[in-house]
Ligand binder design. Structure first.
Ligand SMILES: Cc1ncc(COP(=O)(O)O)c(C=O)c1O
Length: 419
C-alpha cells in the first residue's frame, strides 16, 4: 500500500501547478509550536509558516473567534460598514500613528495598495517611480516582482512593470543619487527577510525620512514579514529606532505608508496598509478596492490575536527569548566557524549564515540552505531557508523557553554533525 505522503504528493504532481519547490513533507495538524506530518511524526515549528502563525497552531482563541464570528457574518463586501473592520483599523492606528488603514488579502496586495498610493500622490506632477532595495522582496504580483530587488523572481516574466528601480540597502548616498525627477517614493523592508535577515540601520531610516521630506517623496515600509511584534515592537522600525541616539528633533519617526500581512491574521489570510494622516484620504471612493478585504471574519480573528498578544505579553516574549536565541546562535558561530558564519536579526526574526563550502554539502547540487533545512527536518525541526546560505528562525510569538532550548539543541546537533 502506498503511504499517505506518496498519495498526497501524487495528487499534487497531477493537479497542482508546480510553481513551488516543496520539501518532502506532508503536514496534517498542529498544536502550539508543534506540527505533525501525515505519518504522525512531530516537528518543532520554528518557521510558523513563514512568519504567519504568530500564536502557533490550533490556538483556541483563534478557533473561537472563527466559530463565533462565522455564526454571525462572514462576508458582506465593502459596500457596507461592519464593526470588526472599523475596530481593527483603530487598533492598527493606535499602535502605529495617526493615519488610516485599507484591508487586503496578502502582503503582495498590501504593497500594490502602497504603490497605487504613491502613484496617486505623484500623478499630477508626472512622478511615478518607486525606488526599492537590492535583495528586497515585495511579493509575486507583476508590480511585486518589478519592485523586488532580486533577478530570480523577474526571470521569464519580462517586460517588467515600469516605474521601479533598485538601490543598495542601507546606503543613504546611493538613495540620494538615484532620485530622478520622476521619483515619488522609496520602499524598504525594516528587516529584509527573503533577502537573508538584514535589519535597516537606524541612521538609514532617519536619513531616508529626511531625504523623502526634502524631495517631497513618500517613505514606504514593507512590514509584511518583520512587523507584527516579531522584533519585539509592533513595527520593526519602532524597535530599530528605540535606543537610537540619533533622533529627528521634536518629532517621532514615521513612514508615510506601511504594508502588513502574515501574522496579522495568524494564518487566516489577510493584509493591510496604513497611510499616514496627510495621505490617508488620497485614495478616495472608487479608486481602490478588493472583494474580500477586511471581512468581518478576518477582522474578528485579527482583533482576537491583538488581544492575546497583549494579554500574554508576547512582544516581550519575542524580544527576550529572541535575544536568548540570538546569543545562542552567536555562540554556535564562535564554536563552529566552519559551519556557521554569523547570526543576525532582531527578536523572533533571526537568521544565521552558513559558511561557504561545508564539506558534507559538496555531494549534492542543492543549495546549502536547503540541505541544512533538510537535515533539520530529519532532526524534527522546521526552519526556513533564505537565499543560498541563510537559515531563518521565525517562531510563533508564544514560543516557550523550553521549546527555544529544544530548538537550539537540535540546531547544535546538526551544526556539530557538519563540523
Ligand atoms: C517583506 C515581504 N513583503 C511581501 C511579501 C508578500 O506577501 P504575500 O506572500 O502574502 O503576498 C512577503 C512574503 O514573504 C514578504 O516577506
Amino acid at each position: 500500500m502506498r503511504n499517505d505522503y506518496e498519495s498526497i504528493r501524487d495528487l499534487f504532481a497531477k493537479n497542482v501547478v508546480p510553481s513551488y519547490g516543496r520539501f518532502d513533507l506532508a503536514l496534517s495538524h498542529g498544536s502550539g509550536s508543534y506540527i505533525f506530518d501525515v505519518a504522525g511524526r512531530r516537528y518543532l515549528d520554528l518557521g510558523s509558516g513563514i512568519a504567519v502563525c504568530c500564536l502557533g497552531h490550533a490556538h483556541p482563541a483563534i478557533t473561537e473567534a472563527l466559530v463565533e464570528q462565522s455564526k454571525k457574518l462572514i462576508h458582506v463586501s465593502n459596500l457596507y460598514y461592519t464593526e470588526p473592520q472599523g475596530r481593527l483599523a483603530a487598533e492598527i492606528v493606535k499602535r502605529t500613528g495617526a493615519g488610516k488603514c485599507f484591508f487586503a488579502n496578502s502582503g503582495a496586495e498590501a504593497n500594490e495598495g502602497l504603490f497605487k498610493l504613491a502613484r496617486k500622490f505623484g500623478h499630477d506632477e508626472g512622478r511615478f517611480e518607486i525606488l526599492t532595495a537590492t535583495n528586497s522582496f515585495h511579493g509575486r504580483t507583476m508590480a511585486g516582482i518589478a519592485a523586488t530587488g532580486q533577478d530570480k523572481v523577474k526571470k521569464g516574466f519580462e517586460p517588467m512593470t515600469p516605474g521601479f528601480r533598485h538601490i543598495p540597502f542601507n546606503d543613504l548616498d546611493a538613495a540620494r543619487n538615484a532620485i530622478s525627477p520622476a521619483t515619488v517614493a522609496i520602499m524598504i523592508e525594516g528587516v529584509q527577510g527573503e533577502g537573508g535577515v538584514t535589519p535597516a540601520m537606524p541612521e538609514y531610516l532617519l536619513g531616508l525620512r529626511q531625504l523623502c521630506d526634502e524631495k517631497k517623496m513618500l517613505l514606504l515600509m514593507d512590514e509584511v514579514q518583520c512587523g507584527y511584534f516579531r522584533t519585539g515592537k509592533f513595527q520593526s522600525f519602532q524597535r530599530i529606532l528605540e535606543n537610537s541616539a540619533l533622533r529627528i528633533p521634536n518629532s517621532e519617526f514615521l513612514p508615510d505608508g506601511i504594508s502588513m500581512a502574515k501574522s496579522l491574521g495568524g494564518g487566516f489570510p489577510m493584509g493591510a496598509f496604513w497611510a499616514r494622516a496627510p495621505y490617508a484620504n488620497l485614495l478616495g471612493p472608487g479608486t481602490h478596492a478588493t472583494t474580500f478585504g477586511g471581512t468581518p471574519l478576518a477582522c474578528a480573528v485579527a482583533l482576537k490575536i491583538f488581544e492575546v498578544v497583549e494579554c500574554e505579553h508576547l512582544a516581550e516574549n519575542a524580544r527576550k527569548l529572541g535575544d536568548w536565541l540570538k546569543n545562542e546562535l552567536e555562540r554556535l558561530a564562535k564554536t563552529y566557524p566552519g559551519v556557521v558564519k554569523n547570526a543576525r536579526g532582531l527578536g523572533f526574526m533571526l537568521g544565521f549564515e552558513l559558511a561557504e563550502k561545508i564539506p558534507a554539502f559538496a555531494y549534492s547540487d542543492k543549495l546549502a540552505a536547503v540541505q541544512f533545512t533538510n537535515r533539520m527536518q530529519a532532526a524534527g525541526v522546521l526552519v526556513i531557508p533564505a537565499g543560498t546560505q541563510v537559515i531563518r528562525l521565525l517562531p510563533p510569538l508564544n514560543l516557550k523557553p523550553q521549546e527555544a532550548r529544544e530548538g537550539i539543541a537540535m540546531i547544535e546537533e546538526v551544526v556539530k554533525s557538519l563540523a
